[in-house]
Design a protein. Structure first.
Lengths: 253, 285
């Protein structure tokens, strides 16, 4: 098997001293796949996800220990800004920058990092990214309009395009469709299936159907522990742990 | 039946405030009319003479309009370097900490200090410093008044700005961080643009406060009726000339003072109106 792109090695996360929100998680995330992290509310799945791009560094009270390896290097010892350029993130609620046009939103990563691009490079990046999220045809004539004019689903695709613009190796997604209607959700799911060819996707989801439809591997967390991990098919068809079974059959959660 | 009665009472009582407001405008206009009629509106607004020699009374409002606009503008300029850091401190960098709560309480306390106290402090503490620095011989000047005015409007500008800065959604800031932005870049490119119209509105509020401030300005501006030739010269603002002279004025002079009051009222209303319009536009985009 190809070496995993991300490896959690005894990762522990606590918000208050002594209280673990994530306990000793060890798992491998395979390259160019969609991996779903499932579990009931408060199980620590978002907390685990946010550790990968060092979001926790923004808050003094959160403490992460253990190792998170990214291509063999420990993320926890790296510069947050460097990590975040290589590991993008998409949030639950679409978050286009309200004061920027659609065009500038796609390029926001470059602008925020102070990287100067030529007009041709900018145009190329905007078109490539918007095409890869299947938004180009819909917005190519309104690129100078504000991103907030778009529908929720379009805004979320714009945010994915914005994350892709920096050519990250990994894309973290925190329930990316939970604020969207079923049609917009379906479009995003189709998009993610396409995108896994170029970027590894690690996705937190509440939606078991979604995990089953698009992910190849799944992690199931419960009360901060990683209860079970494996291929999604195996996890759904033949869960080994009673808690996984109870959650997947709707008896718990 | 009781519903209807309640509606009527509500209507009558709420009409009372606009009625009083209308009454104030009406009496301002009627009392100011004599001055406007005597000098002509344009002449009154652009003349710089202010002399009450009997037989040759000349009243022009320009020195006082200039005094008000100059003190307000300077106060705003002096206020920004202090209010902006305070609002960022409270609303972003130390948001939610005890330190921020303490700082915002102390700054808000400034808003509760009666203006006469600022006047006294300015008169006995700041004025001697201005004199010692040889900036102005008597220490009273447009600059002196502006400096104290700036301190007075800091809480108005900073506490409302901080509220708007606080309201910038966290996931929006995290989105910028997730793209590799530093804290300073997040502040510059996400927090300021998103909170911009709100921050603007808080400065409008501060300007509104500075335009009409009377007591402090009267105590520090020097109360001379000529056109100020620089920011360190003495002068008078619209509010301070009225406060200074209304007691001894009658006839045409009183009417001229009331006319200045009307002009001040119109300027304040315009500033607030334009400000609100701009905020509205900024919000839609």
């Amino acid at each position: 098997m190809e070496s995993p792109i991300i490896t959690f090695n005894n990762t522990c996360i606590s918000y208050t001293k002594g209280v673990m929100a994530v306990k000793n998680v060890s798992a491998d995330i395979a390259r160019n796949t969609i991996t779903a992290i499932m579990g009931p509310s408060g199980c620590g799945k978002s907390t685990l996800l946010r550790a990968v791009n060092l979001m926790h560094n923004l808050y003094d009270n959160i403490h992460v220990s253990g190792q998170i390896l990214f291509n063999g290097q420990d993320i926890l010892k790296m510069e947050p800004i460097e990590v975040r350029k290589q590991i993008g993130m998409v949030f639950q609620r679409p978050t286009p920058f309200a004061t920027m046009s659609i065009y500038d939103n796609v390029l926001a990563g470059y602008q925020l990092n102070g990287i100067k691009l030529s007009k041709a490079e900018k145009d190329e990046t905007v078109e490539r990214c918007l095409r890869s999220v299947a938004l180009w045809e819909e917005v190519k004539d309104v690129l100078t309009k504000k991103g907030t004019f778009l529908s929720g689903g379009q805004q979320q695709r714009l945010c994915i395009a914005r994350a892709l613009a920096l050519k990250p190796e990994v894309l973290l997604m925190d329930e990316p469709t939970s604020a969207l209607d079923p049609i917009a959700t379906q479009r995003i799911e189709e998009l993610l299936v396409e995108l896994q060819k170029e970027v590894t996707i690690l996705m937190v989801t509440h939606n078991m159907g979604q995990a089953k439809r698009i992910s190849s591997n799944s992690l199931f967390m419960y009360l901060g522990e990683l209860v079970e991990q494996g291929s999604t098919v195996q996890l759904f068809d033949n869960p080994k742990d009673e808690r996984t079974k109870a959650y997947l059959t709707g008896k718990m959660g | 039946m009781r519903d209807k009665l309640f509606h009527i009472i509500l209507l009558v009582v709420s009409m009372f405030v606009p009625l009083v407001c209308g009454g104030i405008i009406y009496s301002l206009v009627t009392d100011a009319y004599m001055a406007f009629e005597h000098f002509g509106l344009v002449n009154f607004l652009t003349s710089t003479d202010w002399s009450y020699t009997p037989g040759n009374e000349q009243y022009g409002a320009l020195p006082f309009i200039t005094g008000t606009l100059l003190t307000t503008l300077l106060a705003l300029l002096f206020c920004i370097p202090f209010s902006m850091p305070v609002s960022l401190f409270v609303g972003e960098y130390f948001k939610g900490t005890k330190l921020a709560a303490t700082l915002s309480t102390v700054v808000d306390l400034l808003a509760g200090i009666p203006s006469i106290i600022y006047g006294i402090w300015g008169f006995f503490t700041l004025r001697p410093i201005i004199m010692a620095l040889n900036i102005s011989p008597q220490g009273s000047s447009i600059l002196t008044a502006s400096l104290v005015l700036a301190i007075m409007i800091v809480p108005y500008a900073s506490s409302l700005s901080a509220e708007f800065i606080k309201m910038v959604p966290n996931d929006l800031k995290e989105s910028a961080y997730s793209l590799g932005a530093t804290h300073a870049e997040v502040v510059r490119k996400v927090v300021f643009p998103v909170a911009g119209s709100g921050i603007f509105s808080s400065y409008i509020l501060a300007i509104g406060r500075a335009l009409g401030e009377t007591m402090t300005v009267t105590m520090l501006i020097g109360n001379t009726n000529h056109m100020p030739h620089s920011i360190v010269s003495t002068g008078n603002s619209m509010a301070s000339v009225i406060a200074n002279q209304f007691g001894e004025a009658d006839g045409l002079r009183l009417s001229a003072l009331i006319a200045i009051g009307l002009v001040l009222f119109v300027i304040t209303a315009l500033v607030n109106g334009v400000g609100k319009l701009l905020i509205k536009r900024a919000r839609i985009d």
